[in-house]
Design a binder for this molecule. Structure first.
Ligand code: ZN
Length: 1068
């Protein structure tokens, strides 16, 4: 049928590519010693034997419920180039837009043993330059620089962009008869994966939703995963309520003023928990089933001073995969915790991965919101990675007319627009305007008032869809995928091995770049001048083009320095091998970062694209030189409360001005800082922040242990789902408005954010404010629309809609509070304030925010006779712990290094919700007893509270926060264990630049397995740092023991007492 937006034909999975990048990801090898960067004479030797595979990879998955216990995508593993072609398997990576799929293992992990599937992969179709055969280039990297051709001023003119043949619409083959079509533009869609078909085939619906997805009753022995489909998966649903009145027997627990949980918030009707009261709960088990985050129950002691550290609230990770239907019975379901593993079924609201609110009921008035002390904000992550078992997002093509939108507010059609008048008109759920339904889109209404075709049209029954963008969304042809690499080759960068590390990483990552004529690359180096390279095939060797003027930068002809990847692969390989030797005797210490970036930008200006910069020293010459406050930055390594926080602000506006121009031309910049010293991240980071990029920080850079992480970070950067030239806007229903956006983007008009690049890891905080009253009983809608170009050149609009009930009742707000999202907002706001406010003031403010929320709850929602009780709302009972941890984080504690703190701020700004809590409250596990522990399905043992009392001198512990991974070794560890784990008998012998190997014993294998799993969950390679008792590395480990009293603050127990006293004083 030719109706635009008509029902989709058949059951073709529109866009599901389980194999693409995820295949690549399976080859995780964390134990492989780093190759010497850029080995001479061995461009890509035979791949080393593949080491271990994550255990879960080898398990067959026959149902959607037996998916691997990994919420994150596989980590970018160390994969020897040549082993994993980007286009292996029936669903080539190179053809499907990766942003549409769960780029993670989907279970069909191959036969037990794992490696067979790898061995059978074809070699990549990439010609690998031979080191010995005849060829246009020298067979060994030549220390002789390539021919140099100074660039004349006449070369300033950039040529036309080298577009490949236009790839379809944005989109490739047309499916005129259908509104919904596969996202694969040029090749047939992949066969439906098994997990998908069973998922869609009704097994989901047939599952009983009985048992609650609750945590096990005890902290010490959490239930372990192993969800059995036959026994009914736990669901995060209204029926997941514990049966019976678990609190009925303890009248002191029930707050008399607490309203009975309304049906609209079925999961949140938990009465407040009390701490500091005796006797202990009689019914511990029922208490413990309240929430996945519930600790041991009966937190009952008789006064604050007697708080038992073992009884206070601590996070208990959910031990099983939760199933979450976004709506049930026409009501929004509150999402599971962001830190848990869950599978979402989009039944009208978007997945919480794409958008979640700090409160899952919207206060009717600003007064109510203010009274609660909470803030109302959304965290949106429009391209977030789905779980492998989730249904893919549907693509909807309305043809030339484009998607149906409200003609007043331009909101996109969604399940909450109400059709009236026999379907001839519809009422916008944002502005309330009644609009004419386009004739070709009209449909009769059923007896329930819904359109009869609502269930067949994704845009009318799904919270997230992707619309094919029409011409009105195009100001030019979708841009090609341009990757430009810019490397600092100043003396220091050479001497520390940073140049070799960067060249090696780039060289290996080239094979992972998207295939096809649209992918273009360029490369340049710089010290006190800028060197471009002409990679055209016509030249026998890459031709060096020097730009000497670093004050008034120009650039060579764009068509000479940015070429199609397929045309320059050999040149590129050779060049990357030669660069470290070419510059090995470089005595230039100066680094013209600003000029290099500007020149690269000029080369990319006509196309836009990604600029990946490898910087090793403080930019010292040319435009935007930063040497001005070098001495201050170096000497003033500690920015305490009294020190000027101005060092955390950009030194001037130069970088900002450049960044705005870059953003305008769709150039996004990522900076990989491989340094030994202060580089003024506060100034440099302005460029990545405003262009949708990010900072990576390797300090102090180690040529021994850092190249593996550098490579993996770069690889994930270019292979993760992402889009270019994007614009995002969030709309909300009348009564609310967007107050502010916060994240990595450029903003030129108030309503939209410009994102030269956006990827699956980037999140944007959207704070909201009331401009009117909302009606009780109605719902309030939020819609995030992201217009972007995929790496394959499709122009798309991803639209996620979330509709939440409005409430006039304060207790409903507390019941439906979302801890993870609220804490993310705390974290981001604190990060935003640090450069402009003394640290002490930021810490106080964060603490005050926490206290005012708890005070409001205590005052208005809890009735307790004794004032000697600290009462925490169930949903927010961990807020004090996380707040305390935040005040002791690198960003807020007094003993931070300037650049460390700047990096922390930059890391936090676009951070996803699920990584916010681990950043301040990391996961700690013990390693010395890994082999003796029966973890029942979970690879990772249960976490240990972050207190020194849980760390013993004869133990080995791993602590990870999503970015770094510390391994702490006590000073009296059994030599047999260190021998097994590290291959040495004494801790003292371990190299300070630690590289983890895998040895042939169960303990070592288990450790590598655990690390693989963590990296997989975090989408991050997590560099390893070894910490020993008694030296500074040990101190850095102990700085994460946030529950202990330290120079950075109170102990957890003391903090609870402090909070309690503050609340008491506010009450009187
Ligand atoms: Zn409207």
């Amino acid at each position: 049928m030719a109706t635009p937006g008509g029902p989709r034909p058949g059951s073709i999975p529109p866009n599901y590519n389980p194999n693409s990048v995820s295949d690549n990801m399976k080859n995780l090898q964390i134990n492989r010693p780093n190759q010497p960067p850029n080995p001479a004479n061995a461009p890509r030797g035979p791949p080393p034997s593949l080491g271990q595979q994550p255990q879960s990879q080898s398990q067959p998955f026959s149902s959607p419920f037996s998916v691997p216990n990994r919420p994150g995508p596989p980590p970018p593993g160390v994969v020897p180039r040549g082993v994993v072609p980007p286009s292996s398997g029936p669903t080539p990576h190179g053809t499907l837009p990766p942003f549409m799929v769960a780029n993670r293992p989907v279970g069909a992990g191959g036969p037990p043993g794992g490696n067979a599937s790898l061995a059978s992969r074809p070699m990549p179709p990439v010609p690998v330059p031979s080191t010995s055969g005849p060829g246009p280039f020298a067979s060994t990297p030549s220390p002789t620089p390539p021919p140099v051709m100074p660039v004349g001023s006449g070369a300033m003119n950039n040529g036309p962009p080298m577009f490949g043949p236009p790839h379809g619409t944005p989109g490739g083959p047309q499916y005129p008869s259908s509104g919904v079509r596969p996202s694969a533009p040029t090749r047939p869609p992949p066969p439906p994966p098994q997990t998908m078909s069973s998922f869609l085939g009704g097994s989901f619906d047939n599952q009983p939703r009985g048992p609650p997805q609750v945590a096990p009753p005890t902290f010490s022995a959490p239930l372990r995963a192993g969800m059995q489909p036959s026994s009914g998966p736990p669901t995060f649903s209204s029926q997941a309520q514990p049966q019976g009145p678990p609190f009925g027997a303890q009248p002191w627990q029930m707050q008399s003023q607490q309203n009975v949980p309304p049906p609209s918030i079925p999961c949140s009707g938990q009465p407040p928990r009390m701490y500091g009261m005796s006797p202990p709960l009689a019914n511990q088990q029922s208490m413990a089933t309240i929430s996945p985050a519930t600790g041991p129950s009966g937190n009952a002691v008789s006064g604050p001073s007697k708080i038992d550290p073992n009884q206070i609230p601590r996070p208990v990770p959910s031990s099983s995969v939760l199933l979450h239907e976004t709506r049930q019975g026409n009501q929004a379901n509150p999402p599971p915790p962001a830190t848990s593993e869950f599978i979402v079924r989009d039944t009208g609201n978007c997945s919480p991965r794409y958008m979640r609110s700090t409160i899952n009921q919207i206060p009717c008035t600003a007064y109510l919101l203010n009274t609660s002390g909470m803030q109302l904000a959304l965290l949106v992550q429009p391209l977030a990675l789905p779980h492998p078992s989730e249904e893919p997002i549907q693509i909807v093509d309305f043809g030339e007319g484009g998607p149906v939108r409200c003609s007043r507010c331009k909101g996109y059609i969604n399940p909450f627009m109400k059709f009236v008048d026999q379907g001839k008109r519809f009422i916008c759920n944002f502005c309330g305007f009644t609009d004419e339904t386009p004739r070709e889109y009209q449909c009769n209404l059923g007896p329930d008032g819904r359109r009869r075709d609502a269930d067949e049209r994704p845009e009318l029954c799904r919270g997230t869809v992707e619309f094919v963008a029409t011409k009105e969304f195009l100001v030019r042809e979708p841009m090609p995928a341009v990757f430009f690499f810019l490397i600092d080759v100043s003396m220091n960068a050479l001497q520390t091995g940073a140049v070799a590390g960067a060249c090696s990483a780039i060289s290996r990552v080239v094979a992972d770049l998207p295939e096809g004529p649209r992918t273009m690359v360029g490369i340049a180096t710089f010290d006190s001048t800028i060197q471009f390279y002409n990679l055209k095939r016509a030249f026998q060797q890459p031709l060096m083009l020097i730009v000497p003027d670093i004050e008034d930068v120009y650039t060579p002809l764009q068509t000479d320095v940015i070429v199609q990847l397929s045309e320059c692969r050999q040149h590129l390989d050779l060049l990357l091998e030669s660069i470290p030797t070419m510059f090995q005797n470089n005595k230039t210490a100066d680094s013209a970062f600003g000029a290099g970036v500007k020149a690269a930008f000029l080369a990319m200006k006509s196309t836009g694209g990604k600029l990946l910069v490898f910087q090793s020293v403080l930019p010292s010459v040319g435009i935007a030189a930063l040497s001005g406050r070098e001495a201050e930055g170096r000497t003033n390594i500690y920015v305490g409360d009294k020190e000027p926080h101005k060092l955390l602000q950009p030194v001037d506006k130069t970088m900002k001005t450049m960044a705005i121009e870059f953003a305008e031309y769709q150039v996004s910049v990522d900076v990989f800082i491989t340094t030994q010293s202060y580089v003024d991240i506060a100034s440099i980071s302005v460029i990545p922040k405003m262009t949708g990029g990010q900072i990576y920080y390797y300090h102090p850079f180690s040529a021994r242990s850092d190249p593996a992480k550098l490579y993996n970070d770069l690889r994930w950067n270019v292979t993760r789902p992402q889009g270019f030239e994007a614009v995002m806007r969030v709309r909300c229903s009348q009564g609310l408005q967007v107050q502010e956006y916060s994240g990595n983007f450029c903003k030129r008009i108030p309503t939209d954010v410009d994102l030269p690049a956006v990827d699956c890891d980037k999140s944007i905080m959207v704070s909201l404010k009331h401009d009117d009253k909302l009606q009780d009983g109605t719902e309030c809608s939020f819609q995030c629309a992201l217009l972007y170009t995929s790496v394959y050149g499709q122009r798309r609009i991803r639209v996620s809609t979330l509709s939440l009930p409005c409430t006039p009742t304060l207790s409903n707000l507390f019941r439906s509070a979302d801890l993870d999202t609220q804490f993310s907002c705390f974290l981001k706001q604190a990060a935003n304030e640090i450069p402009f406010t003394p640290l002490l003031a930021v810490r106080d403010r964060v603490t005050e925010l926490c206290i005012s929320i708890l005070h409001s709850y205590r005052k208005y929602c809890a009735t307790v006779s004794s004032s000697g009780q600290l009462i925490l709302p169930e949903a927010l009972k961990l807020l004090p712990l996380y707040t305390l941890a935040l005040t002791k984080s690198i960003g807020l504690r007094s003993d931070g290094h300037v650049d460390d703190r700047s990096f922390w701020i930059n890391y936090v700004t676009p951070l996803s919700v699920q990584l916010a809590i681990p950043l301040v409250y990391p996961r700690m596990i013990s390693l010395h007893d890994l082999h003796t522990r029966e973890t029942e399905g979970s690879v990772i043992p249960p976490p240990i509270p972050l207190s020194i009392e849980h760390v013993s001198d004869d133990g080995i512990y791993l602590l990870e926060n999503g970015e770094d991974c510390l391994i702490y070794v006590g000073d009296s560890v059994d030599p047999d264990i260190t021998q097994k784990l590290f291959g040495i008998s004494s801790v003292g012998e371990i190299h300070s630049q630690f590289v983890l190997e895998q040895y042939d014993n169960p303990l070592s294998k288990k450790l590598n397995e655990v690390l693989n799993e963590i990296r997989s969950q975090r989408c991050n390679y997590l560099g390893l740092k070894l910490c020993k008792k008694g030296d500074p590395s040990g101190m850095s480990f102990f700085s994460y023991m946030v529950e202990d009293k330290s120079q950075n603050g109170l102990s957890y127990v003391e903090f609870l007492v402090h909070v309690h006293r503050q609340i008491q004083s506010k009450m009187t």
